[in-house]
Design a protein around this ligand. Structure first.
Ligand SMILES: [Zn+2]
Length: 320
């Protein structure tokens, strides 16, 4: 039955030969494992583009096999240097979601500062330094602290409970201005200059245009990489408008613009963000809820499977 087919969207972040980099403790997929995974996915699935995936979701395209779409968050440099050449050779068209402030202003997103600090420092040393820094900036910052350990573990299933709690607190549980000041200070002390680091970490606009010429689709991933549900209306609208404007100004026109929610769990964005994305002309948006997608599904809450689970079969219809 045609209607039984699903669209599996796979989500990637770091794709690098970690043991040979300066930050071997970063969490990511090795390049060889990535290549092997793409080959296995290609043999099991029909590899989709954003256009064919959209046509599948609206019911205009009835594929003969399940579809698989590859997506890459955060506009990391290796998506240009390693991922794009491999996919182009295989004639696979991935989507790459850029954080526009990282490309335009050479900023390092707080979430990435946190990754690199955790990879560079002993966890207890880092967490201790971070909390001391926050308390020094704002003595009662943690007064109402109440972290949901279950939610934290669900959000970061690959981390130890204490690391998951820390990441959950860092990303969702505290004043983002305060967090950013603390993490920027620690980053400057332990890692180095932010702009120089951003230059190495993220693609440039020119590289993104070359990725488009290689058949890749570029999408939006906000301007600032903050959880959209935490933003007031003005900042939310400004962030999404800025992201959209910078994509259109700096990139080659595309038939379809898509979007990926930072953090991406269902509670990290809400209907105001969806409405604004629709108004700006984005055609679909991807979450990080790990469900496969069916014909007629909501195109603004498209489910994605983490690359660590990409080849594990999920029973049709029971996921999510
Ligand atoms: Zn992201």
């Amino acid at each position: 039955m045609h209607s039984d087919h699903v669209l599996r969207v796979v989500m990637y972040h770091y794709v690098r030969d970690l043991p040979r980099t300066q930050f071997p403790r970063l969490k990511g997929i090795l390049i060889d494992d990535f290549r092997q995974q793409v080959d296995e996915l290609s043999s099991k699935y029909e590899m989709a583009s954003v256009e064919s995936a959209l046509d599948f979701m609206t019911g205009e395209y009835r594929p003969r096999r399940d579809l698989c779409l590859l997506t890459f968050d955060d506009g990391l440099k290796e998506h240009y240097t390693d991922v794009t050449p491999f996919l182009a050779e295989k004639r696979i068209r991935g989507i790459f979601f850029l954080i526009t402030s990282c490309v335009e202003e050479r900023k390092v997103a707080a979430v990435h500062m946190n990754h690199f600090l955790m990879a560079a420092l002993d966890f207890d040393e880092y967490a201790g330094a971070f909390f001391r820094k926050v308390v020094a900036l704002s003595p009662d910052a943690f007064a109402p602290l109440n972290i949901d350990a279950v939610r934290a573990a669900q959000t970061y299933p690959w981390d130890t409970p204490e690391v998951a709690r820390f990441k959950y607190l860092f990303n969702f549980g505290m004043d983002p201005e305060l967090r950013d000041r603390a993490v920027r200070d620690l980053f400057a002390t332990h890692i180095g200059d932010e702009a120089a680091f951003a230059q190495e970490l993220y693609v440039t606009w020119e590289e993104a245009r070359r990725m488009q010429r290689s058949g890749m689709s570029i999408g939006g991933h906000t301007h600032q990489h903050k959880p959209l549900a935490n933003l007031g209306t003005r900042e939310l609208l400004w962030d999404l408008e800025t992201c959209h404007r910078l994509l259109l100004r700096n990139l080659t026109q595309q038939a379809v613009w898509s979007f990926s929610y930072p953090y991406g769990k269902r509670d990290s964005f809400h209907i105001r963000a969806v409405r604004k994305l629709q108004q700006l002309g984005f055609r679909c948006a991807f979450s990080t809820e790990s469900s496969d997608n069916r014909r007629g599904c909501d195109r603004f809450t498209v489910g994605r499977t983490d690359c660590k689970k990409a080849l594990v079969a999920t029973a049709a219809g029971t996921v999510g």
